[in-house]
Design a protein around this ligand. Sequence first.
Ligand SMILES: [Mg+2]
Length: 407
Amino acid sequence: MKRRFIVHIDIDAFFAAVEVLLDPSLKSKPLIVGGLPHERGVASTASYEARKYGVHSGMPLRKAYQLCPNGIFIRGNYQIYKTFSEKFFHLLSRYTPDVEEASLDEAYLELTRCRPLYSSFSRTVREIKQEVERKLGLTVSVGAGPSKLLAKLATTKAKPGGFFEIEPDREEEFLRNLGIESLPGIGPKAQVILWMLNIHKIGDLWTLPRATLHSLFGLNGDELYLQSRGIDSRPVTSVSVPKSVSRETTFLEDLWDKRLLLAHLAYLCDRLTLPLRQGGLFAHIIEVKVRYSDFKTEARRRLLLTPLQEMEKIYRIAQDLFLQLFSPSRLSLRLVGVKASGLVRSRPLSLFERYSERQERLGFAVDQVREKYGFGSLLTVREKMLESLYGFEKKRGFILKTASLTK
Ligand SMILES: [Mg+2]
């Protein structure tokens, strides 16, 4: 098979690095971006100085404060980071049309098609790295290899600030001594099982037959078999992600009952997260819209540094926003809607962030049941309330407007 030329680029400590650029006095300080020490939520980015204290992305802010009380905590500004991100992708698109946006600060480039344009692959990659760093003022780590998986693993080796290329016929050598946890298919559970089998390195995994891995982990086991050998045929897809996903309900009769309205909101969030899960999308912006009985429409939105996909987390934010808009003494509502935008394909996962893995699997299981038996076959407690009032199948009493993906 023809060798592919794939580059993975990741901006180092992105949010923290932008903050330093905006305020150079923060340079070389332990920075934690995501919120203030006693706020709810997690650290989105920790500077390398803060990481020395054990702080990492995905860690609750309180915990980060315990570990690093002298750290500088910053709430961060999605809008500013988004501007840098757009510039980043614009620069990359000048080298190849095959650019995949993995997240705000992470990209895959495939140079296979335009390889003839460049005399040396390594030199081109170095050029890209230098240009991005010069124009953005931010350091990036770059990995190169014959697949997305290998390019990404190479980046891990290049961090921070370096460039690492897996050369032809060196793949095996590269993979052999990496810890199994570096493979994306290995969650904490699988890791423990494999450790018990005395399998710690990717090279150890090669001793297990495919059938054994399959019996241990099912289809994930087959995936693992391929991953451990560096086999990954996923294309670099430049197809842009949808701009937003939204769901809204127009009531036949205006509603004022707060509990009922919140139940509707939960229902809408539930519907909203289905296309997110199906598309592997995470949202940086959650917006709630209401229309009052006097037809006035208002909306509130929240910008999130750590993008979300989970229904429960999205609902909690939507509820906060809704309560800012809704006052029982005022007017009743004709419409309520929720929108997810600022969509990205993946959330940078650290090992510790995988706690959401269970929730993710639950989401997929729920989708499967509903696909087979209908949406009403599985309802959350909040939605149950709607069922007794309206009955889901009949959809009596309210019109469900299921807006689709907007480009
Ligand atoms: Mg990064």
